[in-house]
Design a binder for this molecule. Sequence first.
Ligand SMILES: [Mn+2]
Length: 323
Amino acid sequence: MYDIIGDIHGHAFELLMLLNKLGYSYQDNTYKHPRGRKVLFVGDYIDRGPQSFYVYKTVRSMVEGGSAIALMGNHEFNFVCYHTLDIDEGVYLRPNSAKNRHQIAKTLENLEQHSYKDYTALDEMLAWFRQLPLWFENNQFRAVHACWDTAIIERLKADFGGNTIPSYQWKSCSIVNGFKGPYFESIEVILKGRELKIPKGGSFKDKDGHKRTNFRVKWWEPVNNKTIGEAAVKASDFKGDPILQEVLNEPITFEPYPATAKPVFVGHYWLDVQKDRIALRAPNVACLDYSIAKGGSLVAYQMNTASLDAEAFVVFSPTDFNN
Ligand SMILES: [Mn+2]
């Protein structure tokens, strides 16, 4: 049986507290469950928080000790691309711009603190990130960092021969010198979520102040004549832009995750403990990212039954601990 854990983003203390709450304890240099339960991590171990290196080491030790499976998040994907030089073009798969460097700055700083005499630490970390699976599926449930899209996952599985990115395919998953690789969009959807273009040139600024011209769709909800305002994950972000206010009531269509499909677990969406509540997104969809890196909580789902149960979330909230 699995305990599925959402985005950690360098919050090591909260991770250890949540593991403890789930019944895992330190043995054989890692964390194990007395009844052999396993953790399934949905990705985003690094960036933003103070202890990315320790989180990575803990997650890795659990995978190597047989008590966890760890999926790739968009932050691990970006971290690898940032450090991968395409020798033909002479550029990195993710531009080494100030914005992209800023995204990984805390992780690099933390890595240096821990490994100031170990020049192989970064290479080891990159090698481990490169082989992380993009998704998980067994006969009970599915998990992926941001969005389960069966057609995309089937295509990647066939072309990659499994659920990891083969070393020679990283370039095909990136944009290099303006050339969009054939798998770029697929990776975007499964690791960053389904997005649609805002009509009429509308845009908004995200939580980091970056301009966005697409909006994230609640791909887990049935669409019966939904408006953009209803289908957007954070329509509240749209405040202020007059074009956006204009398009909020326009209807859109997209194919949501089928109500009859296997339960799926994701992270990625920076849900708000109060506003979004700790609840299922759909009867067969659970999102476990409750913004630990933005004053939220670290959330797990303790799987005991085949169908999803709204009571199965296990939450570690740093504010509970302080009180
Ligand atoms: Mn993410």
